[in-house]
Design a protein around this ligand. Sequence first.
Ligand code: GLN
Ligand code: ZN
Length: 761
Amino acid sequence: MSITHIPGFPRIGLQRELKTALERHWQGQLDEAGLRQIGRELRARHWAQQKQAGLDFVTVGDFAWYDQVLTHTALFGAWPARFGFGEGCGLAEYFQLARGNAAQPALELTKWFDTNYHYLVLELSADTRLQLDPQWLLPEVDEALALGHRVKPVLIGPLSWLWLAKAVSPGFERLSLLPRLVEVYAELLGQLRERGIEWVQIDEPALTLDLPESWLAELPGLYSRLVRGAPQLLLATYFGSVAVHADRLMRLPVSGLHLDLVRAPEQIGSFLPRWPQDKILSAGCIDGRNIWRANLPQLLERLHPLRAQLGSRLWLAPSCSLLHVPVDLQQEQGLAPEIRQWLAFAVQKLDEVVTLARALSQGEASVWRQLSASAVAAEARKQSPLIHRPAVKARLATLTAQDSQRPRPFAERAALQREQLCLPLLPTTTIGSFPQTAAIRASRAAYRAGRLPETEYREAMRAEIRDAVARQEALGLDVLVHGEPERTDMVEYFGEQLAGYFVTRNGWVQSYGSRCVKPPVILGDIERVAPMTVEWSAYAQSLTAKPMKGMLTGPVTMLQWSFVRDDQPREQTALQLALAIRDEVTDLEAAGIHVIQIDEPAFREGLPLRRADWAAYLEWAARAFRLSSAGVRDATQIHTHMCYAEFNDVLDGIVAMDADVITIETSRSHMELLGGADGFHYPNDIGPGVYDIHSPRVPPVEEMTRLIDKALTLLPAERVWINPDCGCKTRGWAETEAALRHMVEAAGRARARLGDAVSAG
Ligand code: GLN
Ligand code: ZN
């Protein structure tokens, strides 16, 4: 029988128990013992589910109190000296690393490869101490052993762990820590072997990136050292192809390799012909990144040749950790049966893996029920009108280049827009959302629970809009927003209204720590059935003579923050989303909205893992944005907004979006982004954020003035807008109004100085 296992399981719990427990613990309502008890219960439950499903191993080491990378940092005793922990890192110290303390900011959060999970970036320097602190893993191994499980611990591999770190002392090379780090791993592996552990999974997802040769060259020495005195090692790669390293990987002395055959099915061709006799292959064939049920009979056809060649040396697994999918479909209430049959969450994926293994070893007859149900569902999905809307496909097929191009170049549009909007120099605006107050959330909760009739809910939201418009007029802002009170989330709000999408009730996935997201699901062809924002924006515009900015989420961000269909390329889906947004854009224009912002905060994170794939992505991503925005007259002004600091890699793509105005985050980096040869040189109008909305702090006028002055040394004044870094949704009104008052004041002073300079010159 093929061995079955999983690279990892979601740790957050079916009811987000870990989230609740963590938040109670941080608020002092649950002590450490209570928190630890909940962790133990969750782990025990998840291992039991793996065993019950029939997996051969349970995976241990995928649990983390906040983040798995941080847990490794604690395990290796590698916390930064700036925290001053002395000798030990217990749970309290661990949470300080994750959340900061009175004296020290937290470790930085960043995205885990191309997922929406975030890890804590470790800080390495020549002084970094490395010392095994086995309490961060071994008690969990013992726990699972005591429960009678066959345990396969998982560790992040040394190369990936170092690669994901940042060097904090000048000139320091992360790789120089490798010799000491290897010894720490070796010590840990030795202790696992003493416990009778047969296999350890070592994750090296960094191998799917463009690693420098100097790093790759370390592989043989590194793994030769690690296998000595260790249990058998399964080297796991995922999120992409490692075909370029095939020979190198097959020569390593490890006992097995795990390959992601969902993201990169073709890579098997680079391995199989020379597959070594001494290694097992763990085939990652069930999608660990998405919620679709597998087509098992079709998969079996691909697995038969592997089985024929490798026999019991073929293992079966999901492509990557199931961390990235919700826990259990069984818990999802109110889902149409037709849709339900197309889905598999983590628990269902365990069954899929086991079914495949049974089919291979005991024959398909032994699992014919599961196989035929899977085939029936797959066939239904291919045919269903819920998925296929011929009109959408036809519209996409008839698109021409003109459809994704504004008629006139930016300079001519800008002149028309100035005439229409009558804006001063250095116009002021905000990014869209205003504080989501307790009152707003209470109204929405009551409405959703059926306690507040729709008419009253809408009136409550209109009252919020009136309030927001009045405040903005009093502040003297130039381009106003309605404040987005009616939106919970910038993607879900549209997902709920577009045909082709569905929204789960309990499909939570961990983002980091206690934070979870519930991505909506793109099921089929996307179509806008009715206007989604026009009524709100038109109402807001009716309250003021100033221009009201319509507010939409762009196609790339919709795509990035949703579960996407796996039966067509992402590009196709992005273009369908773009058409739906385009319909909304043209309706907004017809309703008298002359400024429309299409947010693309996720534009950069859509970049593929390997550089070789970047250009193609940027090309279609920019095209999708242009398609969404180019249906308007030239006098209508299109804005976009992005709030990540690393724009350099995607600048060409951003320029190709051709928005009239872009607002970006720059205040934390003090406008550095805008300068220098490799800086962000956007050819159209730009609003570099002049204050950071992530903190309640109200910066003084002088501070914003300094940033504006700096921006004006780098950009022509006619192209500069004045705005905060991002939306104010998470702020309170008091600090929001105070900060905006300072911002308007700083803009006024800058205008006055520019006016003086003009009259003097
Ligand atoms: N318009 C959105 C807001 O202001 C933009 C959010 C974002 O950039 N993530 O909330
Ligand atoms: Zn933002």
